[in-house]
Ligand binder design. Sequence first.
Ligand code: REL
Ligand code: ZN
Length: 423
Amino acid sequence: MTITHYEELARTVKEVVAKQKVTDMHTHLYSPNFGGLLLWGVDELLTYHYLVAEVMRWSPIDYEEFWALSKQEQAEHIWKTLFLEHSPVSEACRGVLTSLEGFGVDVKTRDLHQFREVYARYDEYRQVDRVLELANVDHVVMTNDPFDDEERPFWLNGTAPDSRFHAALRIDPLLNDYARSRERLREWGYAVEEEWTEQSVKEVSRFLTDWIGRMKPLYMAVSLPPSFAYPEDSDRGRIIRDCILPVSRERSVPFAMMIGVKRGVNPALQSASDSVDKASLEPLEYMLKHHPDNKFITTFLSRENQHELAVLARKFRNLMVFGCWWFLNNPVLIEEMTRMRVELLGLSVIPQHSDARVLDQLIYKWKHSKEILEKVLIEKYHDVLRTGWTLERSEIERDVADLLRNNFWRFIGREDMIETAGN
Ligand code: REL
Ligand code: ZN
C-alpha cells in the first residue's frame, strides 16, 4: 500500500508501532528462575527508587525511619503521600498507574489492598508471560554483576536464564572500585598482583573470559562518573586499555558505557541517592578513534551531552547510541532527544531502553515511549511526503523494527535474531 497522505500515514505509523515487538536492551530485570531476584507486583512498583526520592520531598519522615519500614509499609506510605494527598502527575507516578491499568487493575478504586489481591493470583512465571505479552516485548537484556553475592551463585550453579532473557556482563565494581575487587578476584583464584603487571593483566582478562563463557553476555557494561577520563593513568584506565578493550574485540562482546552518573549525592536516600552531571565526550572520541575494530554502545545521563553524542555517532560507525537514560526518561526529554537523533542520525540508533527494575514497569515504559516515537515518526515521515516522496507500509514496518529491536541485534552481530513485523 502506497502512502501519500497524512491521515493514512498517521494511522499506519500508529498501527505499526503498536504491533512491533521490542527487544529491551537494558533492564535490571531477571529471568524468573533466578530465585527472588526478579521484582514484580504493586508493592515493588510503588517502592521504585524514583518514587522514594519523590516521597521524601513531601513527607517529614526520617530517612532511617522510612528504610526501617517493611516493603508493604513503604508502599502504603508512598501511595498515601504521592497518590492520595497529591495528584500523581510525575512521570514515575503516572507510570505506576499506566502499569496497573495495563495489567487490568481498576485504578479509580484507589484501593491498594484490592490491587494487591489482583497480583496475588500470579506467580513470577505467569507474571513474566503476561507482562511481556502486554508490553509486547520479545527479549529482555538483564544487568548481571558477577560481584553481586546474591546473583553469583545462580551463574556458578549453571542456572540457564529463560530463553527471552539475555545476560549483560556488568563490571562496575571492577572498573570503579578495583582496590576492593582485586581482593575478591584473589579469593576466587585469580592471581592478580598488587602492582599492575603482565600477570595482573592476564588474570583480570581470564576473569572476564570465564564470565563471558558462563553468562554468554550480549555485551559488557559499566556506568561511569561525569569525571570519566580515558586514556588515564589509573586502575580504571589500565583495566580498560589492557583487558576490556582487547577481550571485547577478541570475543566480539561490545563494550557499553553509561556515562554521567554521580553516585550517592545524598547517601541517606540509599538506592535513590544518585544524581547527574555533564561529562566530557573526549574519552569516548579517543576510544572510537584508536579502536576502530571495537564496538561501543553508549548513553549519557545529562541532557547537555546529547547533541555532541549524536554528532560523534555521525563520525564513528563503531558507536551505537542508545536510550534516554534514567532522569532523561521523561516525555519532554524523550521527545527532544528522539527528534534530534532522528534528524542527525536517521534511523541508525536505539531510541530507547526501559531500565525497568520491576517487571510490570515494562508496560508503562514502553507505552509512554512508543507514544512519543509514534509522534516523532509521523512528523518526520510527513516532512518527506510533502516533497512528493511516497512510502510503503512495508518500509515503515522495516524502519520501526530497526528502531525497536533490529538495530540492537545487528550491531552486536546477531543477525540470527533479526525479524520484521511483516514476516
Ligand atoms: O544501570 C544503571 O547504572 C542505572 O540505570 C541504575 O543504577 C539506576 O538505578 C536505574 O534504576 C535507572 O533507571
Ligand atoms: Zn540501568
